[in-house]
Ligand binder design. Structure first.
Ligand code: PEP
Length: 281
């Protein structure tokens, strides 16, 4: 996936009718973790109302604390996929934490007649889980969203992408999601979206930004604008090709990362602001 001086190969790919490249932009607003059918329904209805065809839905959640909610796993897949199909969702970004999850997703989609598509997400805690990367790389049905490792160098994370490509799957999007630092800070992670153009220069991968996991809260700047929106703008103006962002109809009831989820009635303005930033390209 690395780009060389004389490399003019086309970047990007099309999956389930949606184009991913270094020159367009796709927005994946959705639930960090699937909880109850009512919330998934409200989220997907809001996306359909706003003309969006992609979302994020976490079924398998890698948690720091073993006693925290670990996600509904394969049990929620049938109704999540069925709702996605009904609301015209073409691609769901869904993190997997074990290679067996690929088959669980595939079997369920096949059984339902493939009402939607899935982009397999590798989380920041698994960026260097080489056996998982190799297993995901061996299958070519699903594209991959690879998160940057939060405590390793950029080069090491880019090498992780090569693990996917070297096994045969080059349909990879690279996601910046903030870095851990020692310094006390207002945000959960140090926002690293200035690296968008660097990754585009160094590789042929479309680049995603995740403002929710970077900022980690619904705090607002003195001008009233959400920090998540400011971070999103930075990423989009820097040339991001995808935005992965947490929304929730009732953040206080969310089972994972509620404090960083934006509210459903903030979705139209959020999408509009992204479009304005994108127009500055
Ligand atoms: C997520 O996107 O749900 C997530 C857990 O992100 P990260 O791996 O970046 O922490």
């Amino acid at each position: 996936l690395g780009r060389h001086r004389d490399d003019h190969r086309q970047s990007g790919f099309t999956y389930n009718g949606v184009e991913f490249s270094q020159s367009n932009l796709n927005i994946f607003a959705g639930l960090c973790a699937v909880d109850v059918p009512e919330h998934v329904e409200l989220m997907m209805q809001a996306l359909e109302d706003n003309g969006e065809v992609c979302t994020r839905m976490g079924a398998y959640k890698p948690r720091t604390n073993p006693y925290s909610f670990q996600g509904h796993g394969k049990g929620c897949l049938p109704w999540v996929f069925e709702k996605a199909g009904r609301h015209g969702i073409k691609v769901i970004a869904m993190e997997i934490t074990h290679e067996s999850h690929i088959e669980e997703i595939d079997t369920c989609l096949e059984k339902l007649g493939r009402p939607t598509g899935v982009m397999l997400q590798v989380g920041t805690r698994n960026t260097q889980n080489f056996e998982l990367l190799k297993a995901i790389g061996r299958q070519k049905t699903y594209p991959v969203l690879l998160k940057r490792g939060f405590g390793i160098t950029l080069n090491e994370s880019l090498n992780a992408a090569e693990y996917l490509a070297s096994e045969g799957n080059a349909n990879v999007i690279f996601c910046l999601r903030g870095m851990k630092t020692e310094a006390g800070q207002p945000h959960r992670n140090m926002v690293d979206f200035a690296h968008v153009p660097a990754v585009k220069r160094l590789t042929r991968m479309p680049v995603c930004v995740d403002p929710s996991h970077s900022v980690g809260s619904r705090d607002r700047a003195p001008d009233g604008i959400l920090d998540v929106m400011h971070a999103t703008s930075q990423g989009v103006i820097a040339g991001a090709n995808m935005v992965l962002v947490d929304f929730h109809p009732k953040p206080e009831k969310a089972l994972v990362d509620g404090p960083q989820a934006l509210l459903m009635d903030e979705l139209p303005a959020y999408l509009e602001d992204i479009r304005l930033c994108h127009d500055t390209w």
